[in-house]
Design a binder for this molecule. Structure first.
Ligand code: FES
Length: 180
């Protein structure tokens, strides 16, 4: 891995959903300001989903209901968006979410072998999280960076022309950053 490789920020994993989800006052003020920027409240839905995912780690049904309540939308309107876009998560994931594009461009450049290698390194299957909660590996459709195939997105950081070696190095860096 090159010296200037960026180790992604860890996903904030909200562990306790036993209490009803509730945005902080700061978040509510942020949302209020955001809504004013759009002609319709529905236009603010995606940025609010990102905020909630940042705060809670994933979008539980409670969280989706909270968003619907805050924006004055029906739960179904929220679910239509959450279930359509793969960047929204309905399940908890590891601190580092490794999203491997296995669409045609990446597949032709070794994505299937790459994801198999990553799963072997981490001793998990696609869709699983390591027992220490550090890493989740999933497959995604085209990440929109086909020129850099194969592409792996780690949290919000793209890694293009990824190789088994570069992913091993990144995983090691993430482990170090995560204190393991
Ligand atoms: S096919 Fe992988 S980024 Fe487009």
């Amino acid at each position: 891995m090159s010296a200037d490789t960026v180790v992604p920020e860890m996903v904030r994993v909200e562990k306790d959903h036993s209490e009803k989800a509730c945005f902080s006052d700061d978040r509510l003020a942020e949302i209020e300001a955001l809504v004013k920027r759009y002609p319709s409240v529905q236009s603010a839905l995606m940025p609010v989903l990102y905020m909630a995912q940042e705060d809670y780690g994933y979008l539980s049904m409670d969280t989706q209901q909270m968003i619907a309540d805050v924006l004055g939308l029906r739960l179904m309107q929220v679910r239509e968006v959450v279930t359509f876009y793969t960047m929204f998560r309905e399940q908890p994931c590891g601190s580092y979410l490794l999203e491997v594009c296995t669409n045609a461009g990446c597949m032709l450049n070794g994505a299937n072998e790459l994801v198999a290698h990553m799963c072997e390194t981490l001793q998990i299957k696609i869709g699983e999280t390591t027992p220490d909660g550090m890493f989740t590996v999933i497959e995604v459709e085209c990440a929109g960076a086909c020129g850099g195939a194969p592409v792996v997105q780690v949290n919000n950081v793209y890694h293009e022309k990824a190789t088994a070696e570069s992913m091993d190095a990144l995983i090691a860096e993430c482990r170090t950053a995560g204190g393991q």
